[in-house]
Design a protein around this ligand. Sequence first.
Ligand code: PLP
Length: 391
Amino acid sequence: MLTERIGRITPSATLAMTAKASELRLAGKKVINLSVGEPDFPTPENIRNAGKFAIDNGITRYTPGGGTLELKKAASKKMFRDNSLHYEPSQILISSGGKHSLFNACQALFQSGDEVIIFSPYWVSFPDFVSVTGAKPIFVNTNPREQYEPVWDDLKLKISSKTKGIIINSPSNPTGGVWSDEAVIKVLEFANKIDAWVFSDECYEQLTYDKPYKSTATLVDNTDKILTFQSCSKTYAMTGWRIGYTAGNTEVIEGMGKLQGQSTSCPNSIAQEAAIEALTGDQSAVASMRSVFKVRRDYIVNRLNKMNGVNCDIPGGAFYVFPDFKAIIQNNNLIKCSDDLCMYLLEKKSLVSVSGKAFGSNGNIRFSYAASDKDLEQAMNLVEESLNELQ
Ligand code: PLP
């Protein structure tokens, strides 16, 4: 009954785990949920107030399809202030979240016969964005010891005249890896040789803990084929407001805008007003959230590395750790892959996480540390307890 296109889509594993957590809670269990991909902080008050102002003052109607000029100006100002990026409002499209931006861009640029390079482990949605266009996702291995930077020989092997795009996501979901400038530049050089588009998914750009973040488009002179994707979701704890934006080549921005206009009409008008405040108002909440996340990262990495058979490289950003449990899986009769371990944690301990398999890595599990200190401590006790039971 359904089209072949729909058949190419895999439901999001992370959303599926969130649903499982709700089910367990409804059944009366005390659940600790480390599967979430969103800050556990409320949206800052000044941003909430801007949303309330919009509701009370009639900013509740359709806006231009690609977002209001005021918000495009705010995004332009923010990218200049925080990222030294120079984009005019005409080079910016506002969408209903970064996911919508990336989906639109794939629709605008890729089609059947094209190949798109995705670095593995990858965010669950990238392969689907690509395959729904008819193009083929091509996975390139990365090195966990080096913040999941590309394995260069593998990139060399997989890149071809069919490569139409390369997706960079640093800081990364699920690994938290933050690439060095040299690694990003090297990928840009590969892309340049074959004239491929580079998507820079920068939705975690404010969440780096060991060095300041540099946007991809600031690292080279020729930025014609670089598209920058940012979002209010993680930076301003605004996941439910659904505002993201793309900046780059005006023809692509217009193409994405056409598609968006015929699918969603426009992003939510109230959320757009709130996003102006988020991007241009008081930024102090961003720094406070970052410093809390850093303490939690250090705690969780330290706890995991003390466990027998677990290896957790220190992620430079985002709010995820991606520990490697291969040593345990390889020697166990009960637990054969990360799915099994994830299910064990869920069913025996009511601890929700996401199996690395969903991100293309079968020996790992993704834990989000966007959770309270108490939950993190309890969760780590439960992982430790489980490993003792299993070894
Ligand atoms: N890119 C990555 C790597 C993500 O992890 C997410 C959300 O989890 C997004 C983009 C999109 O976020 P949003 O649509 O909320 O802006």
